[in-house]
Design a protein around this ligand. Sequence first.
Ligand code: FAD
Length: 459
Amino acid sequence: SSRFLSYRIAIVGSGPSGCYTAKYLTSALEKQGIVGNHRVDVIERLPTPYGLVRYGVAPDHPEVKNVQNDFDQLFEKGVQFYGNVQVGRHVTVDELRQAYDAVVLAYGCESDRKLNLPGEDLDGVLSAREFVAWYNGHPDYVHIGQQVARALGSNDKTRNAFLDASVVVVGQGNVALDCARILAKGGNGLYETDMAAHALPVLAGGAKDVSIVGRRGHVQGAFTIKELRELVKLEEEGYGASFVVRNDELDLGTTAASLEELASASGRPKKRIDKLLRDTAAKESNSAAVRAVVCERTRLEGSAGQQVAVGTGETETIPAQLVLVSIGYKGMPLAGTEQWFIASRGLISNEHGRVSGAIDDLGGLYVSGWLKRGPNGIIGTNIADAKDTVASVVEDLAGTDAKKDAFCLDSMLRARAVNFIKWDGYQRIQQIENSRRRSVQQPREKITSIAELMEAAAL
Ligand code: FAD
């Protein structure tokens, strides 16, 4: 038997986790036999949706960014978009919980894991997150460009010229490899992408050399072979950059326990990475390093799958004018969520997406995506993750009535003079970004200031 009930659900954040949560909600409710005119409101602090798809994923990965077209369908088909609305500031989590039958937090990770080393605050040391947000045109990170330009020595005189700067990227995940690839490609590979126009003249020359430094070995690195292959192929694809693997580093990382990790059933992807690195190392000569980032040589200790890096006292200094710390994004509590936030892990305590201890009179509070499981996994990882949260939401809703009072977020925001934009406003932004393209190949020319985005939305 089916019940007719119309639930109101608020989703905080419009990245992949927010969008996938919105996507699977309606069908899951139907499967539970709950039909109705459900209302799903996605609330986003920026005027533009999609989070890291727009402001994280590298501009030279347009095929990844295409997932935006799928997400567009949700908003075309009735999910409501509220852009330029910051939860915790314009509307509180408790207010949302009072007004909606369920609230799903999907606001991601907007801070950084730190090295906690002296020098981390120096000019020219940035987190990869800031660097990536800047080249992707995130409105909050436009100012980063001055530091990058200063560090790389790029100014109008050197525009498009080879940059005589060395960069060290600390960390060995895919974000680190994205940064290294973008810096190595320079203008050649970026003009036809949606890289922000302000970043092009700064990066066009390409850095002289980029070193990727990891605490442990390549077997423990978090990067995947697709991203590694892109680095290996830079030269044959005509980017004027070559990828150098230091044989000694490969050997040091190849402990008996690492060999065991490679030989294990789960080690197959790593084995392909190991082979690609060894094949590449054999072809290249090693470059010696001097000055700027002092690294302590580590030794791997421990059994397979548990190896830790232990300092040896031996140091190596790598020259660098720009250092990108790429050791992970970190979640932050939003005003009103502090009590459920686990600071050491940078995420919200939950069981299958149910915020632990938050099922009370105010109604269900849930979490999805990076904020739920930590900053890892690809866009697709958020599908199963969102389905898991949705199952909890629907299971809990099945036992409750829908809230009966009339509520409309539009009226609440208007009463507070919040300048929010809805789906049609974002479509006008898209039209203008399309009309400003540098070439037909370029997907869009991003507008990078909030004021200009709001102006475009209102046209
Ligand atoms: P996010 O995408 O961060 O979305 C969170 C949203 O919440 C943002 O839009 C934010 O503005 C909003 N928000 C924050 N605070 C508030 C607030 N107070 N009120 C309202 N809204 C708020 N995956 C791939 O599959 N392929 C790739 O090539 C790839 N490249 C990547 C490159 C980088 C540099 C990074 C960092 C990630 C990459 N990923 C890639 C992973 C992918 O981007 C993530 O898995 C995914 O974006 C996580 O989704 P999320 O919704 O949890 O967080």
